[in-house]
Design a binder for this molecule. Structure first.
Ligand code: XIL
Length: 538
């Protein structure tokens, strides 16, 4: 791509590869720390509540559910077009004493109720669930937890069945640590997954936590991911961090970058590895120092939110090239107070009665341009109309035959804003009779026998579309395997995708995107016709 694309945020390049780049999110800094909020939104396309969906947070007392923390993260994710990974339902940690003290029959009832209530509440909004977490001991025997002692080994299959019943569209995962490489514990996990699948238990994926030690990425990581994938399940790196003795030194940071790159490359090499989630993104908010004394600096941004070599390594692994100029400096440098330069003269294209596409020459920054905000000139009260991570934005919601002026501001990761770009002036044409919908179908990635599809539905009309089903026919024998941002069903060549909760409303002039993975044989022709709620699209 061009330079602008080459210096885009992680989520742009991950999406180009059809992969997830996620982060754990903590409710505290999400509420109080604007830089944390902004980087989480800009860089990641998936979030995992770090603690807010654990049992002690969601059902601290029997039958008394509390969802405030999880709801805050879900709201932020919806606003930022991020997929949510739910963590976790059945675990021996962070489960309240009242649960652990129940007698067997009661524990079973309470667990079913917990799973039904929590998964059911977020049905259609949480795409992946870590249903069971850390059920094995390091030697590969089942962990001797209260779950095992009271319910027997069958608690694992039960939990998956209850979760499936509560949200048939969620991908259900088993998640654990020290199963990244081939070994006794990952062998045991492999056998469990194989047996569950043979028994028809609904398990869709395996999460490798990957709380790793500097210089110790298992050599068999890729091979291990591939063998799980060969069982017919997806694999995700779910909690990546790579800790080092503190303080960080340039040598350690370089080794850490190499380690991050190895993990990313291993996942990218296996089609069924859906992506990588880091367990927090900044060393300012990481669980490591409190749990592993003397260790830390485990994440891709430092404590002052400056990208580390590990960030550049992730960026490069996704094929993003060099992430743009960075100023190497002492790791304890003062906070960045230098704003980016003003973006160049914007130009308009694709002008319609209801919208316009704007492009502008990139700004530069002493660290890195994190994104742009587009404003409509409106006297004393200019209106923000779009944000962008690259150097283009679509502005929607315009009226026909109206003159508009826009300008663009750049911002960096530390929150510094540039001066305004020059104005661009456009006058919208008269409106034509609008079609009901427009569909853009793309195949962002394809490999032997499989591909990722991305479908954007635009609403050119003047009223919101609230709830939709999009239908098309494949002409090359393709099949949809799984979808995100919508629920897909297929009968013969006929595919039908219905909105997820967070893609339900398509505003006038707005658009939603959903994606899917599919299979094909021979060529992979794009469908030629789409209907939305029964009406033909352009
Ligand atoms: C950790 C959180 O990061 C901490 O904030 C919390 O105090 C303890 O739990 N494996 C898991 C995660 O599955 O839930 C853990 O998260 C880290 C290890």
């Amino acid at each position: 791509g061009d330079h602008a694309a080459a210096s885009g945020p992680l989520r742009t390049h991950a999406a180009d590869r059809g992969k997830v780049i996620g982060t754990a999110l903590a409710t505290g800094p999400l509420a109080s720390d604007a830089t944390y909020r902004s980087l989480a939104a800009t860089e990641f396309n998936q979030v995992t509540p770090e603690n807010a969906l654990k049992w002690d947070a969601t059902e601290p007392n029997r039958g008394q559910f509390s969802f405030a923390g999880a709801d805050a993260i879900l709201a932020s994710a919806a606003q930022n077009n991020q997929v949510v990974r739910g963590h976790t339902l059945v675990w021996h940690n962070q489960t309240p004493g009242w649960v652990q003290n129940l007698a067997a029959a009661d524990l079973r009832t309470a667990t079913q109720n917990h799973i039904s209530t929590v998964v059911g509440r977020y049905r259609g909004r949480i795409a992946y669930w870590d249903v069971v977490n850390e059920a094995f001991a390091d030697n590969g025997t089942l962990r001797n937890s209260f779950w095992l002692q009271k319910l027997g080994a069958g608690y694992i299959a039960d939990a998956f069945r209850w979760a499936r019943a509560a949200d048939p569209s969620a991908k259900l995962y088993y998640n654990d640590y020290n199963i990244e490489g081939v070994g006794a514990k990952s062998d045991a996990t492999y056998n469990l997954v194989r047996d569950l699948r043979a028994q028809g238990v609904p398990i869709d994926g395996v999460g490798l936590q990957a709380h790793l030690i500097l210089g110790q990425v298992p050599a068999s990581l890729q091979q291990n991911i591939a063998r799980f994938a060969a069982l017919g399940v997806d694999v995700a790196i779910t909690e990546l961090d790579i800790r080092m003795p503190t303080p960080a030194t340039p040598e350690r940071l370089a080794q850490q970058a190499t380690d991050y790159r190895r993990v990313l490359d291993a996942c990218l090499a296996v089609a069924r590895c859906v992506g990588v989630t880091v367990w927090g993104f900044s060393d300012r908010h990481s669980w490591i120092p409190s749990v592993f004394p003397g260790q830390g600096a485990a994440l891709p941004y430092d404590e002052n939110y400056r990208p580390k070599p590990a960030y550049d390594a992730i960026h490069a692994a996704f094929g993003g090239g060099a992430p743009g100029p960075t100023t190497p400096g002492p790791t304890t440098a003062a906070p960045d107070r230098q704003p980016p330069t003003a973006p160049g003269q914007p130009t308009a294209s694709a002008l319609t009665a209801g919208g316009v596409q704007l492009s502008w020459p990139a700004a530069t920054d002493n660290v890195r341009v994190a994104g742009y905000t587009v404003f409509r000139e409106n006297g004393a009260s200019d209106v923000q109309v779009a944000t962008a991570t690259g150097t283009t934005a679509a502005v929607a919601g315009l009226s026909p035959q109206t003159r508009y002026q826009f300008y663009v501001r750049a911002r960096d990761a530390a929150g510094n804003s540039s001066a305004d770009s020059p104005l661009v002036t456009v006058t919208t044409p008269a409106g034509a009779a609008a079609a009901a919908c427009r569909v853009a179908y793309a195949v962002p990635s394809q490999w032997a026998g499989g591909f990722n599809g991305s479908v954007t539905i635009s609403n050119p009309g003047a009223t919101a579309i609230a709830g939709w089903t999009l239908r098309w026919a494949f002409t090359g024998g393709q099949t949809v395997q799984s979808a995100w941002g919508g629920t897909a069903t297929q009968s013969g060549s006929q595919v039908s995708v219905t909105n997820a909760d967070w893609t339900r409303v398509i505003a006038p002039g707005g658009a939603v995107t959903f994606g899917f993975s599919g299979t094909f044989a021979g060529s992979n022709p794009a469908p030629t016709a789409f209907t939305l709620n029964g009406a033909a699209c352009q």
